[in-house]
Design a protein. Structure first.
Length: 388
């Protein structure tokens, strides 16, 4: 699907330089650009992101600090001016900070539809000014409804795997034997990702090596932990990489050891790259992966279970082949770039047509609040947004 409409969407992100949500932001914006959507991107200064978006043909890119509370107050005003300047039909704010700082139509002096994108179980009070909310998993979208968000304004949209199959890297360049079982994991070095559990499981897999791609606040402590438990000689900390397809092609098994994972784009990327998957029973993988059908699911923080699942895959070639084949079918059915981008384009067209009805419903809901409820709602938002 391509679009010949004159819809303009402003994509606003205040996230870190790297991360799963930030990677999907880049991938989706590029995919929508390829389909002809007119977009404006507002981002924290990030040379790599800007270079990538410019290479995709996106010329309207603005940077704002999205930093300290003082800078945020300035960012709010500057974002209002950008909305007034570019006059988007839709503003899609990604995650909490960008949503908090997005002004309403009155402050921006321009009418637009505000869409908030939620990559996790965020505090709903930050998103009360949005007209629509997108949850990256069905359970996130369902949780919005359980908290009282109107059903016709809460939506579920999948992510997709933009990583295309790559070519095998020379293991010798990474001091890794060609015949050693090679595990691969990637993500932000954060306690939620459970990489310490994966390192512990490596002690039960004495012949296996681990390539760990990513960066974050726990990088140094994880490196020290690997040394302390005696597996550092078989672990390669690769930093954040842009050649994920090559890494998937080189490894034997992908492991997602997360303690908390609302979705887990890595799951879909592993499926697209036809590599066997072991994932914990965090919310995202549990809702997506079918145990022993298209992946192996193990309990969170279960060192023995991770090691056991890896051993099964290494020993059972038929199991590996079956999981990979089923996973690729699942990927083609639900998680391709074209399918997800098409759904976003249709969504954008639909919500513009529905906006008069949505505004009326929001006004009626506001009228039903007592004066005290209105003040409490406003004060709560101001305090959380840092507008004191």
């Amino acid at each position: 699907m391509t679009t010949d409409s004159k819809i303009r969407v402003m994509q606003v992100i205040a996230g870190a330089s790297f991360g799963g949500a930030e990677t999907f932001f880049n991938d989706l914006v590029v995919a929508l650009q390829e389909m002809g959507l007119d977009q404006v991107v507002v981002t924290r200064p990030n040379p790599e992101r800007i270079k990538l978006l410019q290479a995709a043909g996106i010329t309207n890119i603005e940077t704002l600090p999205f930093g300290t509370p003082w800078r945020d107050r300035q960012t709010r005003k500057k974002l209002a001016k950008l909305i007034q300047q570019y006059k988007p039909d839709i503003v899609q704010s990604w995650m909490t900070r960008a949503t908090i700082l997005c002004p309403d139509s009155k402050r921006a002096k321009h009418d637009f539809v505000h869409v908030g994108w939620m990559g996790g179980y965020y505090n709903l009070s930050y998103f009360q000014k949005c007209h629509h909310l997108i949850g990256v998993t069905f359970d996130i979208a369902r949780s919005l409804i359980r908290q009282g968000w109107p059903q016709n304004r809460g939506h579920y949209f999948r992510t997709f795997a933009a990583v295309q199959p790559g070519k095998k890297l020379n293991r010798q360049d990474y001091n890794t034997p060609d015949d050693a079982p090679l595990l691969f994991a990637l993500g932000r070095m954060h306690a939620k990702k459970g990489f310490d559990t994966l390192l512990m499981s490596l002690r039960l897999l004495p012949d296996a090596y681990l390539w760990l791609a990513g960066d974050g606040p726990l990088m140094a402590s994880l490196q020290k932990f690997a040394r302390d438990i005696g597996v550092a000689d078989r672990v390669r900390f690769l930093g954040w990489r842009s050649d994920r397809g090559d890494l998937f092609a080189t490894a034997d098994i992908c492991v997602v050891p997360s303690r908390f994972e609302p979705f887990g784009t890595v799951v879909v990327e592993a499926w697209a790259n036809r590599i066997p998957l072991v994932a914990t029973m965090a919310a995202g993988p549990s809702a997506t992966v079918r145990h022993e059908v298209d992946g192996m699911l193990v309990p969170i923080d279960d060192i023995d279970a991770i090691a056991q699942a890896v051993r099964r895959l290494l020993k059972d070639g038929h199991l590996r082949e079956r999981l990979v084949a089923n996973a690729y079918v699942h990927y083609l059915s639900d998680f391709t770039q074209s399918a997800v981008a098409d759904s976003y384009l249709q969504f954008y067209q639909d919500i513009i047509e529905l906006q008069p009805q949505i505004l009326q419903e929001m006004a009626e809901a506001e009228q039903q609040l007592t004066r005290g409820e209105k003040w409490r709602k406003r004060l709560n938002w101001l305090l959380r947004a840092g507008c004191w």
